[in-house]
Design a protein around this ligand. Structure first.
Ligand code: NDP
Ligand code: 2IT
Length: 446
């Protein structure tokens, strides 16, 4: 490791205990940025990177709620307000039993760079709870969301901090939280994004992250005069991001052959066409069932407790969770001929996996660039709420598409190496950093 990065990381580790995921996210950024900052001493003197790595505010609270048996349950609630240099804090809420401070700080840290890359005026934040929505009734989810928002509502606001969804938080949860916010604060404002279309949501927001990750992959393919036509695509996850990534790949002529959940993955060599995707959407969004049921219905293979990275494919879209591709998975993907990775999930590849992609000159789009389409359309939802009008599907989709093209161009600008290879990690990190750093310089030591 570069000794300057090592020295910087020693401070981060000393200050942030055992927060391994946070260390991992900061180190990846530091590796790109420290050489750049050496060439731009104004950022060094103002300690911009040191400041960016410290949240402006961390809010931790108790979330008590009554289950269907009348028993009190207690969860932790969090909101990390990471950076507000270029706009109100913005970022999702995650409800999953693995949620802790390390996970949310890594997500909030990445969000700062991602939101800057979108070109929209949004700072970075993230929040959530260790609440597990799996197996809970709609009433239990509602009572939990109401209790969570009863505390959160005093910390957020449409000019302060605007949460949205992430793992375990979709339209149902956003609806319950919006209702509670409105009831307590007595104001109808765009304080959350990912809202239902009847009460201020944006068309294309549900599709945005998955579509965006595919648009980004398409731009990467274009640099090699290639396209999605006839490509075999392996996708992980089967939630919001995975579903709409599948839809867009199929529309562009590619064939999606895998999807997964935390229990295992399905391999359908015939491809997950639109009829099969409709089944998955019903299974996952309404019945809240398991992906195994797809294999039973359509007669394909199901691999229990396995991830899809052993399957031969041309393009990989990891759309489930952090660190789901390790070094061996990365080697298997490369050995099987995969040459494009576009991350729908946040930090799905370990540090070692990324090294494998780099050594093999894979077109590797890191999450903070590739999955920025979700928060970009959240930004467009905020704009529409501010204007008190709604744009058409086509208008929002075109804006999303253009934003993903622009993010690709930014990555190319800052990440192109002398041999022509585009280092998207470096490009995204520097490209996201510059706007935030300039704003922080202008605003003084705050
Ligand atoms: P969903 O809750 O809709 O779906 C999550 C999917 O990932 C499910 O299939 C889930 O399986 C699987 N999964 C979750 N945790 C694990 C785990 N620990 N191991 C294996 N599989 C797991 O979430 P989203 O689709 O919204 O989010 C997916 C990823 O995309 C996350 O990394 C998120 O941060 C990122 N992202 C989301 C955005 C958005 O707009 N929603 C925007 C940008 C990034 P199971 O049902 O079994 O838990
Ligand atoms: O990781 C992410 O970018 C999100 N979960 C979406 C955040 C948002 O505010 O739309």
């Amino acid at each position: 490791m570069d000794p300057r990065v090592e020295q910087f990381m020693a401070q981060i580790i000393a200050k942030n205990g055992h927060e391994n995921e946070f260390h991992q996210a900061v180190q990846e950024v530091a590796e790109s940025l420290i050489p750049f900052i050496e060439e731009n001493p104004k950022y060094k003197h103002a300690k911009i990177l040191e400041r960016i790595a410290e949240p402006e505010r961390v809010i931790l609270f108790r979330v008590p709620w009554l289950d269907d048996k009348g028993e009190i349950q207690i969860n932790k609630g969090y909101r990390i307000e990471m950076n507000s240099a270029i706009g109100p804090y913005k970022g999702g809420l995650r409800f999953h039993p693995t949620v802790n401070l390390s996970i949310l700080k890594f997500l909030a840290f990445e969000q700062v760079f991602k939101n800057s890359l979108t070109t929209l005026p949004m700072g970075g934040g993230k929040g959530g709870s260790d609440f597990d929505p799996k197996g809970k009734s709609d009433n239990e989810v509602m009572r939990f969301c109401q209790s969570f928002m009863t505390e959160l509502c005093r910390h957020i606001g449409y000019n302060t901090d605007v949460p949205a969804g992430d793992i375990g938080v979709g339209g149902r949860e956003i609806g319950f939280m919006f209702g509670q916010y409105k009831r307590i604060r007595n104001e109808f404002v765009g304080v959350l994004t990912g809202k239902g279309i009847q009460y201020g949501g944006s068309l294309i927001r549900p599709e945005a992250t998955g579509y965006g990750a595919v648009y980004f992959a398409e731009e990467m393919l274009k640099t090699r005069n290639d396209s999605f036509k006839d490509k075999i695509v392996a996708i992980s996850g089967s939630g919001n991001v995975a579903q709409y990534a599948t839809e867009k790949v199929t529309e562009l002529g590619g064939k999606v052959v895998t999807l997964s959940d935390s229990s295992g993955f399905i391999h359908d060599p015939n491809g997950i066409n639109s009829e099969k995707l409709t089944y998955i959407m019903e299974l996952k969004n309404i019945k809240r069932g398991r992906i195994k049921e797809y294999a039973d219905k359509f007669g394909c293979e199901y691999y229990e407790n396995k991830r899809p990275w052993s399957i031969k494919c041309d393009v990989t879209l990891p759309c489930a969770t952090q660190n789901e591709i390790d070094e061996n998975d990365a080697k298997a993907l490369v050995a099987n001929g995969c040459s494009v990775i576009s991350e729908g999930a946040n930090m799905p590849s370990t540090h070692e996996a990324v090294e494998v992609f780099m050594e093999n000159k894979i077109l590797y789009g890191p999450g903070k660039a590739a999955n920025a389409g979700g928060v970009a359309v959240s930004g467009l939802e905020m704009s529409q709420n501010g204007l008190r009008l709604s744009w058409t599907r086509n208008e929002v989709d075109q804006r999303l598409h253009q934003i993903m093209k622009d993010i690709h161009a930014t990555c190319e600008k800052y990440g192109k190496e002398s041999d022509g290879f585009i280092n998207y990690v470096k490009g995204a990190n520097i490209g996201g950093f510059v706007k935030v750093a300039e704003a922080m310089l202008a605003q003084g030591a705050v």
